[in-house]
Each structure stands twice: as C-alpha cells, then as structure tokens.
Design a protein around this ligand. Sequence first.
Ligand SMILES: *Cc1c(COP(=O)(O)O)cnc(C)c1O
Length: 222
Amino acid sequence: MTTTTDRLAAVRQRIAAAAKEAGRDPASVTLVAVSKTHGADRVRELLQAGQRIFGENRVQEAEGKFPALKAEYPDLELHLIGPLQTNKAREAVALFDVIQSVDRERLAAALAKEMARAGRHPRCYIQVNTGEEAQKAGVAPADVDAFVAACRDTYKLPVVGLMCIPPVDEEPALHFALLAKMAARNGLTSVSMGMSADYETAVKLGATHVRVGTALFGERGS
Ligand SMILES: *Cc1c(COP(=O)(O)O)cnc(C)c1O
C-alpha cells in the first residue's frame, strides 16, 4: 500500500531530479501541498512526514481546518491558490501567509486596506491568465507589467511573484516559459507553476513553487 508519506518522498525526489537535470539547486524549488477537499487528518499525515507548506483554493474551506493545524504546527505556511472575492479579503489576510491569486485592482485595493488595518502582510503573487481564457481568473499577459507596478507603487502590496494555471488542453511548457520570463522582467523572484501532471516540466522551466495535490493525496472526491 502506498502511503501519503511514500507519495511525498516520491514527489520530492522527482522535483529534485528535475531541478538537477536543469542545472538548478533542488532547494530552490518549494513544494506546496494542495490539500483542498481533503480533511485535516490527511493534512496531518503530511505534517508528520515533514511537509509544512500547503495550498487551499477556498477561504471558507481553509478556515475550517487550518487554524487548529497552525496552532499545532506554528511553522505551517498556508497559500491561497484560488480566486479571492473582495468581501473575503479580511478572512484571507487573517489566515493565509501567501496569496497567490491577486488579479485585479479592486482586490489589490481591498487587500492593501485590510493589511494596513490588521498589521498582517501576506506575500502576494499576481495570477496571470497566460492562455487568455475567458472563464479563467488572472491578468492578461499584456497587462502584467502595469498591474505589478500598480500593486507595488499604488497599493504597496508585498508582491513577490507570479502564478499561472495553463489551459488544460495545451502544452504547458510554453505557458511556463512565458510566466518565468514575465517574472524575471519585473524583478520578481517567485514563480508558482506546475501541478501533478506537469510539475517536473515547470521545475525545468524555472518554477520556484509547484502546487501538487493529486500526486500527494490521491484523487479528490473519492
Ligand atoms: C487543485 C489545484 C492544484 C493542484 O492540482 P493537482 O492536479 O491535484 O495537483 C494546483 N493549483 C491550483 C490553483 C489548484 O486549484
């Protein structure tokens, strides 16, 4: 039987191998374990195996399981990787250490206001809609530089990186290469890209953070 601990070791090994193949230091790649839909007991299995960085895509779901886990493991780091409504900015700033889905001015303004009020400053990534898909969140590639500048200069957000979710039916490598290039051009050091199906490709193309759910936890909803 394959345990969560075995899966974690296997994913880490594949990340390290991909990094080495690309001439990168394996320590320059951070694994974000995406625990959405999985209960706190499953998260705890990974915590016991040494994993500390987790990703959730819904504020409310994360509020249901992570406050207790964070009390148990004070070095746990929680990333918001899903769309954020402006009326949830307060909850998001209170709970998350990193917000990877900043994608519009109204949200940037709401986050800035809430960070000032709460005195808590989660690091921010700008989500880029590299495939320019109508149904998908994210800033269009042509608007990235101006939006990064607005987040930094107008809203004073602690912007550290870019994030993307490529279209499911396209070769992800092109999207990953584009995201890495846009990050470098804007002086951003963090690049969040790659999921269970393509994280090794992402590492080879410069991902500093890969977001892996299924390969660690198994299929969702089973
Ligand atoms: C669910 C999700 C992931 C993880 O996907 P897997 O294919 O299960 O690894 C990564 N990023 C985002 C934004 C997600 O919503």
